[in-house]
Write a protein that binds this ligand. Structure first.
Ligand SMILES: [Zn+2]
Length: 399
């Protein structure tokens, strides 16, 4: 029975990013709305109090007052339109995605058995989602879009997120930080919360490029504007970077030469990827791999790697799949049956195992009863030579 009951908690372990990504998208929409409201209402308030001040001092003339009120109304209407557009184009579709995903997750809670056709269908969709995740991480966006369209699961996968990642990484590989910095500013609060230094690393790179081009005045201005604010956490790096004003890429040595190294761009791409995965709670490895590891680990036994004990029905015993499993830990169920060392018979609830009181060595009840009947109730452990009365043995329960 227990083996076919669906382990909902286990299923949910993989689903955090599935719920998190659209939630983060919605938060962005909400923040943009909030910024617009603050900006426009602030301006209206300023204009209103200015008008009131003029009216009190008697300096207001009716025409100016009307014009000012008109301008305020235009602003309010503009704000309303902007918020409307935002809600229609981004807010509502994102909410729809959240709703569909939560429904998809909720559906699994009603499934009772892993053998039911409902679960088979649900797991098929999950496999499609994982395949799309895998293809997106490998830069195969067209394939991902095709699978999503074919299976009708566009709202259940994060193609847009990965297009963003690709666009920003492409810019970094063309040695431009602009796109990545824009992303950092969109996610400033979240990055600060997890103390991610990506923005500093990007700023540092822009500074390095200025010194590489020997635009020294620009570099000094840039340093004051963007690097000094990181002084508290990045003092060492900032000091080293300052030395680049004196060293050219050719004259630099040691840590200064490393700062000029173009491979820093590759490192930036990796740091960016880690940061964006982190904020979306996406694992750095494809979900498909994680699921495979989990599955392989639950089956893997030492016997799988012994030619004499391989099992034709076991996927790990297959040489190719077994190779995939080399890095995963062994299953905890190393012994599926416990065998008595004396009789070689299986120990179970009929022939339960019994332990010696001192050393805890274990043999089957049958073997020990037999031994006791021949030795006036005394039993001796063949390994430790511990001797006791049969009545002093402890019954061992198999869990
Ligand atoms: Zn095996």
């Amino acid at each position: 029975m227990a083996a076919t009951t669906l382990n909902v908690d286990g299923v949910m372990l993989f689903e955090q990013p599935f719920a998190r990504v659209p939630y983060e998208n919605y938060r962005k929409v909400f923040r943009t709305s909030q910024k617009n409201i603050e900006k426009e209402l602030g301006a209206i308030q300023t204009a209103a109090s200015e008008l009131a001040r003029k009216a009190r001092s008697g300096a207001a003339n009716p025409e100016d007052a009307l014009r000012s009120i008109d301008a305020m109304m235009k602003r309010a209407e503009g704000l309303k339109k902007k918020l409307n557009d935002l809600q229609t184009n981004s807010g509502a579709p994102t909410l729809q995605v959240i709703r569909e995903r939560l429904q998809h997750l909720a559906a699994v809670e009603d499934i009772e058995s892993v053998r039911s056709p409902e679960f088979a269908r649900w797991a098929d969709t999950r496999l499609d989602r994982w395949l799309i995740d895998w293809t997106l991480r490998h830069g195969r966006e067209k394939t991902a879009r095709r699978i999503a369209a074919q299976k009708g699961i566009g709202t259940l996968v994060d193609i847009e997120l990965f297009s963003d990642i690709r666009r920003i990484e492409d810019a970094l590989s063309r040695h431009s930080c602009t796109e990545a910095l824009a992303w950092c500013s969109e996610n400033k609060a979240a990055l600060r919360k997890v103390k991610n230094p990506l923005e500093f690393e990007l700023r540092l790179q822009e500074f390095i490029e200025l010194t590489r081009a020997r635009k020294l005045m620009d570099a000094i201005t840039y340093q004051k504007k963007y690097l000094i604010q990181w002084q508290e956490s990045q003092a060492v790096q900032i000091n080293q970077a300052s030395a680049l004003l004196a060293y050219t890429p050719i004259s630099a040595f040691g840590p200064y030469k490393r700062l000029y190294d173009l491979s820093r761009w590759q490192t930036l791409i990796q740091s960016f990827r880690v940061a964006i995965y982190n904020l979306s709670t996406l694992p750095t490895e494809p979900l498909l791999h994680l699921a495979m590891y989990a599955g392989l680990a639950s089956l893997k036994l030492p016997a799988c790697y012994n030619q004499e004990t391989t099992n034709i029905d076991c996927p790990i015993c297959d040489p190719d799949l077994g190779k995939l499993a080399t890095e995963v830990p062994f299953s905890h169920h190393v012994n599926s049956t416990i065998v008595c060392r004396i009789t070689g018979k299986i120990m179970d609830s009929d022939n339960f195992p019994m332990a010696f009181p001192e050393h805890g060595t274990v043999y089957s009840r049958e073997a020990l009863e037999d031994m006791a009947s021949r030795n006036e109730g005394q039993v001796t452990c063949p390994r430790t030579k511990e001797t006791c009365h049969f009545a002093d043995l402890r019954k061992v329960y198999i869990s």
